[in-house]
Design a protein around this ligand. Structure first.
Ligand SMILES: Cc1cc2nc3c(=O)[nH]c(=O)nc-3n(C[C@H](O)[C@H](O)[C@H](O)COP(=O)(O)OP(=O)(O)OC[C@H]3O[C@@H](n4cnc5c(N)ncnc54)[C@H](O)[C@@H]3O)c2cc1C
Length: 503
């Protein structure tokens, strides 16, 4: 049978593009179908009136040197494999936290400098602080020694297990541990434990007790090793470079291709039908959509439907894209900030403000004398469902909520309201429209107490249908979905008879 490609990928998010690029480089033909006119999903850039905004992500891991042989620095390894250069700019502070009661913590690249800030505020907890962050370091050391592959690939697991038996055993034990419970072993100060909750909430949108220690070991340790590096040109430079890699090896990324249905034949995934009726066939299909969109929308067979409650649905976002006079940003200001006014509200809708000003790293993102700011807070679709695009009530509601976030942000950036040149507000409705994500959600989370390995892997209940992206292990975040892309490509390549070489 003549297939359209060996593998069809629905969605050109970082997960889908990573899987496509590695499969294409290995010699499989791939066709990636993206509904938007640009790649990247939550890691895209867009331009407006001379400003280049990060649509979502702007804190990036995985771009450090390639001297070690483990799973970390995945972007560097992948782009080396593809022979693509992606310049990045080192970001000296991962996040500057501004928390209640004047708790100010910039997370410096230099670990001792970061720890010193914490110890200065909580001197009696010095031993506990060091012991907790050392636990994260231990996870990092294991992960940075193990090659990336699929946990569903028995050959890979056996190979890694035989080569690194001690590390694999230690990691297996750590998968049962939570970040928050580990912190409580060493630390008793309530305010410090709240800070640890924020360390987890900043990327996992969950408190520390609900967050697996293994995931924390990547985000909170690698920042002091590989560090945080920003792609020159903005977040969209990452998907653009992945597309370049796919095309370099003969693959295709097709835009304006809204997949309506994953087609089944004799119980296996056999192709994709677009909204315009066009049909493509393949030996395997990879879905980069969320778990709810894949099983409840793209698969039309109700036997595969899953309930929303099967996973803990993360909220969506209200986002502000601002162009501002450069003078409003003082000397020494850091690029990424998290702002919480009241501890009791940090995990309520809108309770935590996330803030980035990436033109401080790459001035080409803003016109001369200006900066770009991307700020966002959690939000829920239910608050916006009653509005229609273009109606004045919707604009007024967006203005009202957006302005309230700007005023709260003035706590760290006085004069912000008067320095605005451009402002765009995006609601959960916008998120759903651009990303096709169920309720505009950040994606499925584990329920407190669940093991990280209970996150869906790449294989699905449908033969030849695979899943990639933040609905799959290990979860949300660009480096995490990149891992899911590597593991998905590894598994599919082995099934199709030409396994990937380790990165
Ligand atoms: C506001 C915000 C801030 C964030 N900040 C950070 C950060 O600083 N650092 C970090 O590491 N992570 C951050 N993240 C998380 C990170 O961006 C995501 O976890 C990651 O990019 C998700 O990638 P993905 O491949 O799973 O899916 P997505 O980015 O959702 O991409 C899926 C793609 O599939 C396409 N698609 C879906 N359905 C169809 C269909 N039926 N037909 C065709 N195409 C389809 C979509 O259009 C989209 O392009 C942030 C996310 C958000 C929303």
């Amino acid at each position: 049978m003549a297939y359209s490609a060996d593998v069809l990928i629905v969605g050109a998010g970082i997960g889908g593009l990573t899987a496509a690029a590695l499969l294409q480089e290995r010699g499989f033909s791939t066709l990636t179908l993206e509904k938007n006119s640009y790649p990247g999903g939550s890691c895209a850039s867009f331009s407006h009136q001379g400003y280049t905004f990060d649509a979502g992500a702007s804190v990036f891991y995985g771009f450090a040197g390639d001297e070690k042989s483990g799973t970390l620095n995945l972007h560097t390894r992948i782009f080396n494999r593809l022979g693509i250069t992606l310049p990045t700019i080192a970001d000296p502070v991962q996040i500057h936290y501004h928390l209640p009661d004047g708790l100010e913590v910039p997370v410096y690249y230099e670990k001792e400098r970061f720890l010193a800030t914490l110890i200065d505020r909580f001197p009696s907890e010095e031993v506990g602080i060091r012991a907790f962050y050392q636990e994260l370091e231990a996870v990092y050391e294991i992960l940075s020694a193990l090659p990336a592959g699929s946990l569903e690939d028995v050959t890979h697991i056996l190979q890694v297990g035989m080569k690194h038996p001690g590390k694999v055993m230690a990691l297996a034990v750590k998968t049962f541990k939570s970040m928050g419970k580990t912190a409580r072993k060493y630390i008793s100060d309530d305010e410090l434990l709240r800070f640890i909750d924020m360390e987890s909430y900043s990327w996992a949108v969950q408190d520390a007790v609900s967050t697996p220690l293994v995931n924390a070991g990547i985000c909170l340790a690698d920042r002091h090793h590989g560090g945080i590096n920003y792609p020159a040109g903005g977040s969209g430079a990452i998907p653009a470079a992945l597309c370049e890699g796919i095309r370099k090896f003969g693959g295709e990324v097709a835009f304006g291709c809204d997949a309506e249905e994953i087609l089944l034949q004799n119980g296996r995934a056999a192709g994709v039908r677009l909204r315009n009726g066009e049909v493509f066939t393949a030996k395997a299909v990879i879905s980069n959509a969320t778990v709810w969109d894949t099983f409840n929308r793209l698969l039309k067979d109700p036997r595969y439907d899953i309930s929303e409650e099967r996973f803990l649905r993360a909220p969506s976002w209200f986002q502000l894209y601002l162009g501002v006079d450069a003078g409003v940003i003082p000397d020494g200001f850091h690029v990424h900030h998290i702002l919480v006014d009241e501890w009791d509200k940090y995990n309520e809708i809108g309770g935590t403000i996330y803030f980035s000003a990436p033109s401080m790293l790459d001035p080409s993102l803003a016109p001369e004398g200006k900066h770009v700011i991307h700020a966002f807070v959690t939000d829920e679709m239910d608050r916006w469902n009653g509005y229609a695009r273009g109606e004045s009530a919707y604009s007024r509601a967006k203005e009202g909520f957006g302005n309230s976030v700007i005023i709260r942000t003035e706590k760290i950036l006085p004069g912000l309201s008067d320095a605005l040149d451009v402002r765009l507000f995006a609601t959960p409705l916008t998120n759903q429209r651009y990303l096709n994500r169920y309720k505009g959600s950040y994606g499925p989370l584990l329920y407190p107490g669940q093991n990280v390995l209970q996150k869906p892997q790449n294989c699905t209940v449908v033969k030849d249908l695979y899943a990639v992206g933040d609905s799959t292990f290990p979860g949300q975040g660009v480096i995490a979905v990149t891992y899911s892309g590597v593991s998905c490509a590894s598994y599919v390549a082995r099934v199709l008879g030409n396994p990937l070489e380790y990165l």
